[in-house]
Write a protein that binds this ligand. Structure first.
Ligand SMILES: Cc1cc2nc3c(=O)[nH]c(=O)nc-3n(C[C@H](O)[C@H](O)[C@H](O)COP(=O)(O)OP(=O)(O)OC[C@H]3O[C@@H](n4cnc5c(N)ncnc54)[C@H](O)[C@@H]3O)c2cc1C
Length: 508
């Protein structure tokens, strides 16, 4: 039983299947290809190691040893094959980054050559080998409504092998990350889910957009879904149960909004499953060459460091770097600023963000990076003004003052645009622009206009229009008669930046 990004015991189909075998053993492989990939961060590995410690104890209680080995998958499996001569390999399907796709293909070849039967189970709504998006949402619903895979009893006669101590970040050769991360592990995931569907979910829709309220008001389940410490099916079923059971209309309404986002999770992952290339190349190839040659490293470094001179951008970046999490709207603003104002290619900024996001999920991440950079060819262009976002989402300036302490004494009317302070105000605020805090890295209005001119100019071309139809055909979702969450077919759908405009693709 090969654990991958499914570090839990509940709702685990391969684990249940393994329990039918007389001599079962669980393994997790820490692969050098993962550790050295440009989207991996020590914080991801740290989170996984904590999950593994808890998982090992939970499996031991059920009589199943968990072996953790370091090495390339084929190399570790070969070694294990020499030790145990195993005949079956059970795991979940994985829709991961390029390195894991390559590894899965190598493992598949290895299994065929050694007569090991590798059975892969699905664990979310992503459908392998899907030819066409019609009816996808119905199939998602059927999978999510299916009974959970629960282990009954203990493993019998499981093999016993030496289980050395788990490695540490340092023993794996990684540097300490210094982030203040969410608690890892299956127990934390289940606590997070129940606190959300019972209490925290009330204000979900209102809390989503501001980084101040989202911290507590969003579910915060994303790292758990990414590492598999909870299954999508468990989250879906707990949400539907809470919607059905609560007498509070407000909670039910909020949870319906949340339930919709669970579908988006798999909808985006399906894009990567169908077209692994979107991690590296524009959805709309007509966008090739748009930003590649214009890459400006000084701009990139200022953006990564939270030193752009735009307080909301800098506050969001610094908060993300310290905690590993940021709400959707602010992620979108960071990318919009990088891709439009700074005209940076999404691949570079996306790798940096992938390392910062504890919940890095390649299928969602690369689709969103491209959506927010205008390279899908089909989504409405959204260019965020960092000044307006500061005024709308942090009207009292608490978030900016917390994460950009150089601006702590800047009067509120200047906080979103500190370069407008005259020298006497700068002295009073103990913040000299250009010395204590940078001047704006680009002119907001001019940069936005230049970006719009380029993007709309390109979109009008016949090649872009033709390709958009093709992308829509390959990746756009279809309405499929899926009942609204909680059976309310006519519930009004909220319009948020993630949802589509009429010409957008998401569930349009
Ligand atoms: C540029 C960019 C990159 C992103 N990269 C990731 C990523 O690597 N991993 C990731 O999980 N999310 C990513 N998101 C989507 C979204 O920001 C996060 O899912 C959300 O902020 C996670 O917090 P939460 O679990 O509290 O979300 P909640 O609002 O509580 O949502 C619950 C779950 O629904 C799913 N979800 C919510 N919003 C979206 C969305 N817009 N698209 C797809 N699924 C969604 C996630 O699984 C999330 O955990 C990205 C968004 C942008 C703009």
């Amino acid at each position: 039983m090969w654990f991958k990004r499914d570090l839990r015991v509940h709702d685990h189909a391969p684990l249940v299947a393994a329990s039918a075998h007389a001599d079962a053993l669980a393994i997790f492989i820490i692969e050098p290809e993962w550790l050295s990939s440009p989207d991996c961060d020590a914080s991801h590995v740290d989170f996984a190691l904590t999950c593994l410690a808890e998982l090992r104890a939970a499996l031991a209680e059920r009589g199943l040893p968990l072996l953790v080995r370091v090495g390339s998958a084929v190399q570790v499996l070969t070694q294990l094959q020499n030790e145990l001569a195993f005949t079956h390999l059970l795991s979940h399907e994985e829709t991961g980054a390029g390195w894991s796709y390559t590894r899965d293909r190598q493992v598949s070849v290895w299994c065929a050559s050694t007569n090991v039967s590798w059975q892969q189970f699905n664990q979310n709504g992503v459908i392998r080998g899907l030819r066409n998006r019609a009816g996808w949402a119905k199939r998602w619903q059927a999978r999510m409504d299916a009974p959970l895979h629960l282990l009954n009893g203990k493993f019998s006669a499981a093999l016993s092998l030496d289980q050395p101590e788990l490695p540490t970040i340092a023993s794996l050769g990684l540097l300490a990350h210094g982030k203040n991360l969410q608690t890892a592990g299956e127990r934390a995931a289940r606590r997070t889910l129940s606190s959300f569907v019972q209490v925290r979910g009330y204000g979900y829709r209102k809390a989503l957009s501001s980084p101040l309220s989202a911290e507590e008001g969003c579910s915060r389940l994303s790292p758990h879904l990414a590492f598999g410490t909870i299954s999508m099916r468990t989250v879906h079923q707990a949400t539907e149960l809470a919607i059905g059971n609560t007498p509070e209309r407000e909670l039910a309404y909020a949870l319906r909004g949340f339930a919709g986002r669970l579908r988006w999770h798999c909808h985006f992952m399906q894009k990567l499953e169908n077209e692994p290339d979107i991690e590296f190349h524009n959805f709309a190839r007509v966008c090739d060459g748009l930003r590649e040659d214009a890459f400006n490293n000084n701009r990139f470094e200022a953006w990564c460091a939270g030193q752009t001179g735009y307080p909301m951008v800098d506050a969001c970046m610094r908060s993300l770097r310290a905690t590993g999490w940021l709400n959707f709207r602010m992620r979108a603003m960071l990318v919009s600023f990088a891709s439009y104002h700074l005209w940076l290619h999404w691949r570079h900024t996306g790798l940096f963000l992938a390392r910062q996001f504890l919940d890095y999920e390649p299928g969602i991440h690369w689709s969103q990076m491209q959506m927010q950079s205008g390279t899908t060819g089909i989504n409405t262009l959204r260019i965020y003004s960092p000044t307006k976002q500061a005024q709308d989402q942090d009207p009292q300036g608490h978030f900016i003052r917390r994460w950009v302490p150089e601006l702590a004494k800047v009067p509120l009317p200047y906080l979103a645009e500190p370069w407008k302070m005259d020298l006497s105000v700068q002295r009073m605020a103990a913040c000299m622009i250009g010395a204590d805090y940078p001047l704006p890295i680009v002119d907001d209005k001019a940069a936005m206009k230049a970006a719009k001119d380029s993007m709309y100019g390109l979109r009008k071309t016949p090649e872009a229009r033709m390709e958009a139809a093709d992308v829509q055909d390959r990746h756009g979702s279809r309405k499929s008669g899926l009942p609204a969450s909680g059976q309310r077919r006519n519930a009004k759908k909220p319009r948020t930046p993630e949802t589509p405009s009429p010409q957008g693709d998401l569930f349009a």
